[in-house]
Design a protein around this ligand. Structure first.
Ligand code: ADP
Ligand code: GLC
Length: 496
């Protein structure tokens, strides 16, 4: 039974697991769409058909072609493919070779693709055209971050009146305000809306175009991915230049904690780990730890705590703290470190150096590996996530389910999902610190290590408490339905 009236919802996104993923955005698009379907809503997803998506493996089939009209009388003929997510959610893929037939999503071997604003403007416009051509008119278009934000703008401009979409509301979810999609203004004529929209109160940003700001100005409702982060980005520092515009939209702005897709992330059923386990029987966790240590060429030592890292190597994640805190920690404390990630070259070199200088005690894999990310979650004892800011964060929630105690900075979704250890009672689910500095991180690692050796009964208790946490999508999906309703009321009220 759907929460309220069943809705038609189109997600327009640049990532969706398992088709295309660089971080949590892909997991959230997939998990939320599946949860809405399970709740009786007609949720669908529209993605670019990147050339790395294996059409055969995913059983994609060509279902049509559509003409997308951009500004300055430019037309693109795109191919439309259809596939399925989780056996329930229809997924549309926009095929347009010269925009999406590339090896990366946003970046290639020479860095950021220079025409990203054009690529995603076309994707956003295509979403509207496809719905009209196929006579599938959504109640809500749910757009995610800067890449699809322009769909909210098109609904308020090209399709505002006398369009089958004139009653369709838009919701923008801000997954990461650190990436705003700021590009040269030459894309504006391609977007093809009146000059009055190129205004500092709408989408102009110091002579350039800011796509996230555009979404904030035009969407009927806006969300971000945790309640604490919603408060943070209304403040000047957290808002990274967009706080005044978000404050203008305060009545339509909500923080909803991400969920976890436990069909993918549950140690009791995970097919990617060597042994399954449950809170009642952790033998499988010990086996996963031994496999992780072997596979990563660490000494196989059940007695030493393993600290895991799985992350985009981006400044947001607090790698400046890790780079200063880990060398003294590993030199003075009995622990092992295993890291998986890719990105910032300094952080990549740091982990390579740590491995070379501490053979058997530190190991890294520079790259992207879904399989190894599951093994690290299962085989580690602690998970390091000292983010400078974290809109939500999924890895700490995965860690909780795997009984791998997160060590986090108290910010954004980390604050909302991890309860600090209380040494007097053994309450809590992880270890938290506040100051964004390396000493605070090092001390907290020390606190975790001393708990490991001196109070093993508390480690067992914290694990039980962590594994009992439930962040399944159901609750968050119901909150999104309320936001969709808010956006619809607003849109339909305003349309009269
Ligand atoms: P963000 O979206 O900021 O990167 P999240 O914690 O929300 O952070 O989500 C990160 C997601 O990306 C998780 O599913 C994590 O396992 C995955 N991930 C990040 N880096 C890698 C990697 N190098 N290999 C495999 N998975 C990764
Ligand atoms: C972003 C954020 C992360 C969040 C993810 C999914 O990339 O950095 O905190 O969990 O999006 O919403």
């Amino acid at each position: 039974m759907a929460t309220g009236t069943p809705l038609k919802i189109l997600f327009i996104a640049s990532e969706c697991t398992p088709f295309a993923k660089t971080g949590g955005l892909g997991d959230v698009v997939a998990g939320l769409a599946k949860a809405l379907r399970a709740d009786g809503h007609d949720a669908r997803v529209l993605l670019p058909l990147y050339s790395f998506i294996d059409r055969h493996q995913f059983g994609l089939r060509l279902i049509g072609s559509h003409c997308i009209h951009m500004g300055a009388k430019i037309e693109h003929w795109i191919g439309l493919y259809e596939g399925q997510l989780g056996g329930t959610v229809p997924v549309w893929f926009v095929e347009y070779e010269s925009y999406f037939g590339r090896i990366g999503l946003y970046d290639g071997p020479h860095g950021h693709y220079q025409d990203n604003s054009f690529r995603y403007a076309m994707l956003s416009k295509a979403a509207l055209q496809i719905c009209k051509d196929r006579d599938w008119i959504p109640d809500v278009m749910h757009v995610h971050d800067w890449p699809s934000a322009l769909a909210a703008v098109f609904l308020k401009t090209w399709d505002r009146i006398a369009s089958p979409l004139s009653n369709t509301a838009s919701v923008l979810t801000i997954h990461n305000i650190g990436y705003q999609g700021v590009y040269p203004a030459d894309v504006f004529s391609y977007i093809g809306i009146g000059d009055d929209h190129f205004h500092p109160e709408r989408m102009e940003d110091h002579g350039r175009i800011n796509l996230l700001k555009a979404g904030i100005s035009y969407a009927d409702a806006i969300t971000t991915v945790s309640p604490t982060h919603a408060g943070e980005i209304l403040m000047p520092e957290g808002g990274m230049g967009l706080a005044p515009f978000l404050n203008n939209r305060r009545a339509d702005f909500f923080g909803i904690l991400n969920g976890v897709d436990y069909t993918e992330w549950d140690p009791a059923t995970d097919k990617l780990i060597p042994a399954n386990y449950t809170p009642g029987n952790l033998a499988g966790k010990a086996a996963c730890k031994a496999t992780l240590q072997q596979q990563m060429r660490l000494e196989v030592r059940p007695d030493l705590p393993v600290f895991g890292v799985v992350s985009r190597f981006a400044p947001q994640k607090g790698f400046n703290l890790i780079r200063d805190a880990l060398p003294p920690a590993i030199n003075h404390m009995a622990l092992q470190v295993v890291a998986l990630g890719t990105g910032d070259p300094d952080t990549e070199s740091f982990f390579r150096w740590l491995e070379q200088t501490h053979p058997g005690r530190a190991a890294c894999h520079i790259g992207f590996s879904n399989e190894l990310s599951h093994l690290i979650e299962a085989g580690s004892d602690f998970f390091l996530m000292p983010s400078l800011y974290e809109p939500c964060g999924l890895n700490q929630m995965y860690s909780l389910k795997y009984g791998t105690l997160p060590i986090v900075r108290a910010t954004g979704g980390l604050e909302d999902s991890v309860q600090n250890y209380n040494e007097a009672t053994g309450a809590g689910t992880g270890f938290k610190f506040i100051a964004p500095d390396a000493n605070a991180l090092r001390n907290t690692i020390g606190w975790a290590v001393s708990t490991w050796f001196d109070r093993p009964h508390h480690i067992a208790q914290l694990r039980r408490q962590a594994m009992a946490q439930d962040f399944s999508w159901e609750k968050s999906a119901a909150q999104y339905v309320q936001v969709y309703q808010h956006a619809l009321d607003k849109k339909r009220g305003a349309a009269v």
